[in-house]
Design a protein around this ligand. Sequence first.
Ligand code: IMP
Length: 196
Amino acid sequence: MQKIDKILVGTHNKGKFIEISDLLPKKIEKISPINLDIESPVENGKTFEENSEIKANFFCEKSNLVTLSDDSGLEVDCLNGEPGIFSSRWADELGGFQNAMIKILDKVKKLNKNTNAQFVSSLTIRWPDGKKITETGIIKGNITDIKGTNGFGYDPIFIPKGYSKTFAEMNYLEKLKIDHRQVAYQKLFKKIKVYF
Ligand code: IMP
């Protein structure tokens, strides 16, 4: 079995690149698709799993490197799981995450008082020979008014269950230890640690 000494972290999102890189063992070299001039694929899957696999396949085939990709997003219960796989697109279409967060808060306030939500991450590791493994992690929590300046994306409106501060009020390592990518990575790690 060939050990993995470098991994392409298949994302153009800087916040995600840092988080995924920090989940992996330090000794593994992490490569960004940006440094290899590889664009992002069209994400036309219907689930986080499908989109994660689309990204892993695309970046792996373009680079010929073992690739780890994530598709993730925020699902709000009273919005029937929206924005979900469209989390990034809501921000693009509304001119940024501040506006996307305001849209979510307005909708939740108008609809009811159910603020239950969850962050979901599907992580796919794909080898150049076609082998791939996907695992999904979820962290449940509640939507709240915008608080905190750390992190990225929807971090300022999400308080994980059992905590009293948003992801954006936590320091980087506090979030990294518990978030949806960590949950997905722990499941994946059990299956891939033999390659490290
Ligand atoms: P993707 O690159 O298509 O997977 O987009 C996922 C989007 O979901 C990101 O751009 C963020 O908006 C959001 N998202 C995913 N994970 C997180 C997180 O840990 N914190 C905040 N927002 C996140």
